[in-house]
Design a protein around this ligand. Structure first.
Ligand code: TMP
Length: 238
């Protein structure tokens, strides 16, 4: 599988066309941004970690009945994926209070909820990805009711599978953001699942092992990404 043309360059990934109109190649960068691109930096090794981690977890999710865009990992940074039309909703699931939720609700971080929450943001950088609900999404034609139902069902399933999996690595899945796409009329999981898009805390020490270390200038950013990668047990290729 060969890259043809650069289709799109985002904040953390480049996307290339291939000879197959249904297949794209994503190439993960070490670039990191926060606060809608206001803060910029590099997290050395992040591209390879996020690529390999996403593919590993998407493989687990596929086995549990969640369809994903994964086709084939090509190398450390690059993966062939199904070409989807991204649904412009960021889907955020939370198990514990943290980040914007803790701020909005005036709560400290790390309080476990009685049950997981789900929220949507409208994927729109000019507006700063504002919080919206399913009625807004329907009214604006961002997705159909059937699509929102499928997205909601899959998002909670992703949470169930990932929560259990990360617990086996002594990691608490605090919250995460996922994105879905349309592929020949079906909703499938797209984008990535990585320390960029999840809050991952060590279960015993509550040490943050995710991008909050970059967002909040906490230091040891690379070490945190490497630690998650090490616990996944995929650092050495077979
Ligand atoms: P929040 O608490 O800042 O709303 O973030 C919720 C989750 O979404 C957290 O795991 C980090 C992730 N996230 C992204 O993946 N991209 C973003 O642009 C933001 C703001 C959050």
């Amino acid at each position: 599988m060969e890259k043809k043309e650069l289709l799109y360059e985002g904040k953390a990934k480049k996307v290339y066309t291939t000879e197959d109109p249904d297949i794209l190649i994503v190439s993960y960068k070490d670039d990191a941004t926060a606060f809608n691109g206001l803060k910029k930096g590099t997290i050395v090794g992040k591209g390879a970690i996020n690529n390999r981690m996403t593919n590993h977890i998407f493989g687990l999710l596929e086995k549990e009945g969640v369809p994903t865009h994964l086709v084939k990992e090509l190398d450390d940074r690059e993966t062939a994926v199904k070409k989807v039309e991204i649904v412009p909703l960021e889907v955020i699931i939370r198990n514990f209070s943290a980040g914007s939720f803790a701020k909005k609700m005036g709560m400290e971080e790390g309080i476990q909820f009685k049950c997981p929450t789900l929220e949507f943001s409208y994927k729109n950088d000019d507006l700063g990805d504002p919080f919206i609900n399913s009625y807004y999404a329907l009214a604006l034609g961002l997705a159909t009711q059937e699509e929102i139902d499928a997205i909601t069902k899959y998002a909670f399933k992703v949470n169930e599978v990932m929560q259990k999996y990360f617990a086996s690595l002594n990691i608490e899945l605090i919250d995460f953001k996922i994105e879905f796409g349309r592929y020949h009329g079906q909703i499938i999981l797209a984008d990535e699942v990585s320390p960029d898009t999840c809050r991952l805390w060590d279960k015993d020490t509550h040490e943050k092992l995710d991008k909050d270390r970059f967002r909040r200038d906490m230091g040891n950013v690379e070490d945190a990404y490497q630690e998650v990668f090490r616990r996944l047990g995929i650092a050495d290729r077979e």
